[in-house]
Design a protein around this ligand. Sequence first.
Ligand code: ADP
Ligand code: MG
Length: 669
Amino acid sequence: MVSDMLNVYLVRLRASCARWTVPDRYIYEPANQLNLITTSVIQAYASVNCTSDPGSGKPGFFPEKTTVTAPVVPKPERRIDRLSVTKEIPGSPRTPRQMITSRARFFYKGHRFREYSRMRQDMSQQLGGQQVIILRQGTTRSRGEEAQGNNIAAARAVATSVRSTLGPKGMDKMLIDGMGDITITNDGATILQQMDIEHPAAKMMVEIAKTQDKEVGDGTTSAVVLAGELLNNAGRLLDQKIHPTVIAEGYRQASVKSLELLAAMAVPVKPDDHAMLRQVAATAISGKGAEAYKDLLCGLVVSAITKVADPDGTVDIRHVNVQKKVGGKIEDTELIDGMVIDKERAHSGMPKTVKNARILLLNAALEYKKTEVSAKINISRPDQVRAFIDEDEQMIHNMADTAIGTGANVLFCQKGIDDVAQHYLAKAGILAVRRVKKSDMESLARATGAAIVNSPDSATPADLGSAGLVEEKKLSGGEMIYVSHCRNPKAVSLIIRGGSEHIIDDLERAIHDALMVTSVVVQDRNIVSGGGAPEIELSLQLHRYAATAGGRVQLAIEAFAKALEVIPRALAENAGLDSIDMIVAIRAAHEAGKKTYGLDVFIGKPVDMQKAGVIEPLKVKTQAITSATEAAVMILRIDDVIASSRSAGAPGGMPPGGMGGMPPGMGDY
Ligand code: ADP
Ligand code: MG
């Protein structure tokens, strides 16, 4: 009890004792402590003075003049806020903690309201005192130098992240995705695709890598690193108050001039020059895990491409069917004519070998169809059960018969084949394979000339494809189906072997790059040197060109020329060499007329790249320069970034419903 007490004078308190109860919901409210004390005092008195009314004789509490002691209490302040009272659940009083959090939220809301008001005020000031709100609450905005600075920084961060992987001495990266799957790679496009990039400008850099990969299959890291350096140099020009559109214009002119200069530098090759093609493939896979086996792999890649190339030089690399099979050694990787499918016969009673195969490709299940609605069948007699099963079996039998009726002796099915159907197919001497991948079905269609049919009923003999031999063979303890002597002689398969899935995956990416660059050279028939030679040559010539441009654009062209040096610089850095010494040495060689001199990262000095066999398709360089320039220009021209609030944790924007950061269960009012 509080020490300081006071006399309370109660005059004719006209309340019945029974009515004085303490409301439950106030009990836990600290602010009501005072009400509680007062009430208890009254109750205490009531219990003492509860007598009958002197006049009426009714029971009640009628002290004429009573003196009691009670704590000193200021006038009870009503501090029960709206939240704690209205959310009262009868019978489950709130804990003090709950009430504290309720209040915290109340103040938090107040704070947010103030923030919002300030934003409105800012905007109205911008609009000359008029209150016009054009953006949704939660929208964030950065503009002018701030926006440019952020975008350039983000794009450069992406470029820096892949820079260490450039070149034959580049390092690999280990990427772990949300599911815990690991990818170990040196390939720029793969690294950027797997990195969960959020910043919009950084995403544009990822796009460059994707485009480069799709168009030419190689030069992804180079393109991104070049774009990063172009933006870096642009940042310096912006600091000197050169307008972004001037920089953009200079970069565009420099890019166009570069393509011209590159075309003049290019060396034509014959598509049947296998030695040259092998060097192109080898340059593409240098620095990747597969490099140690480059003689074997490049040989296979060049054979594959020359087999599938048309006489006019067009190449569809989809004709090269790449299959991965874990087991064996990398040296066991082989190229075979025809198709290989990593599957086995559906039933052991089916033939292992079929000569003069007539092939049906079916994209439908030879199985019971499960009904989509749940139906209930009442069966009262055993013969009804029999009839029911027989009916199902008959259905499958009919489907199998229809497939057999097409005249096929080999069936590749994209879906499942029921045991009963397998039995009938085996009986008819058909080699059937089930659950074939869609991509394999498409390759089979290209190789054998078959059409993929959606139901056995719709199949006609014209839909069947043909192959000289279909057989099941063992490979590394597993069975594979080999389809050889196909109707389309171009079909070839590359079976990649290796000790583990990660090795095989990395090998597959390297082989994809090699296949792509070889096919690009077979089609485009032009090559340039590698090892930074074309970049240094371009840089020197662009410096000369800049002098003719005049005006501020000249500065931008010079910045572009300087940015190209980032490729040899990164190659030198990654090889542990002094980048300044190396660039000076290569530049000196070029000025002396040795235009194909690039950096030999193994001996650390400039050498003739044509002699060293480090050559790349012209198209890889032109594509890299074009897409890097486009991305840099696009990022430079942005002066305002308006980001609307996103549904989940967007950077800068308000999280969903504006309640971000609140612990769960806080949104209950
Ligand atoms: P990208 O994803 O850009 O293809 P790479 O890691 O494959 O990145 O590196 C390509 C760069 O390495 C090219 O500039 C190429 O000329 C250079 N390069 C490749 N092989 C050699 C080599 N043996 N010596 C010097 N430079 C090489
Ligand atoms: Mg490469």
